[in-house]
Design a protein around this ligand. Structure first.
Ligand SMILES: Nc1ncnc2c1ncn2[C@@H]1O[C@H](COP(=O)(O)OP(=O)(O)OP(=O)(O)O)[C@@H](O)[C@H]1O
Ligand SMILES: [Mg+2]
Length: 316
């Protein structure tokens, strides 16, 4: 039996709101704090897949925690404490309605855009002659809208300001933070023999100050390559092995699912679910440079509740 944490429905003291994201169950406490529970739900093409992936929540939460700690000298972030491997507690910020996507390689959406003949994206210019998976001359920022519903869309900085999604000063600061964070992420990845190809950051305001929120440098928000096999793959005109959710997307595409109307998610057998779970664990061990310790699922909801209650008591 494959165990998963799919849904939670807690009633914490002084809870003022509950939000069910695609992956996280987010509880608001006293309008100021968030209890964010990373479940084992998995989304692709903005659709939550019918089956969960054992340990995925834990993988995401622990990687995000590590990078929030490793980058707090660059920008303050929302995290106060992680009282359980699936849980983070921190400041509830007013999110900017944009995602700051930073890209250093021609891969994914950018590769498709480039192949279609485009040489500019979100105000950034791309040189001629790039091949898929090539490094860009320098990292570029390609922000997207953070859609309440449907798919996120590319947006240019001038449009962000025109639509008042951020002031010019705020946007300038978000760009600076994003590039510095990305540089830190790349340095860290290099030490692990990985390449951070791209990622996205979210920011929010608390007391008028900008904070980094959400998850950072996780396989759901980033793409990594294995540095060793990257060069080799390019020489042989092959796709470099990626550490990201991309392999799930690839599998879905091969089975005719891209999140569009009328398309059906292919059957997720136990074998498939286990394969994806193992891939997430492999990813954890490569990114973190340490063995993954599986959390016990026997009483996981109770364990989470106890840990959160203890933590909230300290906050009061
Ligand atoms: N500190 C924070 N303050 C406010 N909102 C936050 C904070 N950290 C994360 N969030 C928001 O909480 C949600 C986390 O849920 P989850 O990761 O499941 O969402 P998602 O699948 O990325 O997007 P969606 O919200 O569209 O489902 C996101 O909407 C994210 O923007
Ligand atoms: Mg998210």
């Amino acid at each position: 039996m494959l165990q998963c944490l799919m849904h939670t429905r807690f009633e914490f003291p002084q809870q003022t709101a509950f939000y069910k994201g695609k992956v996280r169950d987010v509880y608001t406490i006293k309008n100021n704090y968030l209890v964010s529970i990373a479940t084992d739900r998995i989304s692709a093409f903005d659709v939550v897949l019918p089956r969960g992936i054992p340990y995925k929540g834990q993988v995401l939460n622990l990687i995000a925690k590590r990078f929030l700690e490793l980058t707090k000298d660059i920008v303050p972030n929302w995290l106060i404490e992680s009282p359980h491997p699936n849980v983070s507690i921190g400041l509830k910020c007013q999110p900017f309605k944009i995602e700051m996507v930073v890209r250093a390689y021609l891969v994914g959406h950018l590769a498709r855009w480039y192949k279609a003949g485009h040489r500019t994206i979100c105000g950034a210019t791309l040189p001629e002659g790039l091949k898929e998976f090539d490094a860009l001359p320098h990292p570029i920022i390609t922000p997207t809208t953070k859609a309440d519903q449907g798919h996120d869309m590319d947006i240019s900085p001038s449009e962000i300001i025109h639509q008042k999604l951020a002031t010019p000063e705020q946007y300038e600061q978000l760009e600076q933070y994003s590039l510095k964070l990305f540089q830190r992420g790349q340095e860290y990845a290099r030490q692990r023999n990985l390449i951070l190809a791209d990622t996205k950051y979210e920011f929010g305001l608390f007391d008028g100050k900008i904070y980094l929120i959400d998850e950072v440098h996780t396989p759901d928000s980033s793409r990594y390559f294995y540095a060793d096999s990257y060069e080799e793959a390019l020489k042989n005109n092959e796709s470099p092995k990626q550490l990201s959710k991309e392999f799930v997307r690839q599998w879905l595409i091969e089975n005719n699912f891209m999140g569009q109307e009328g398309q059906r998610v292919p059957e997720m057998t136990d074998t498939k679910v286990e394969e994806i779970s193992n891939r997430y664990i492999e990813l954890y061990e490569n990114v973190m440079g340490e063995k993954f310790l599986k959390t016990d699922y026997t009483n996981i909801e109770k364990d989470i509740e106890t840990a959160v209650l203890q933590s909230l008591e300290k906050l009061n």
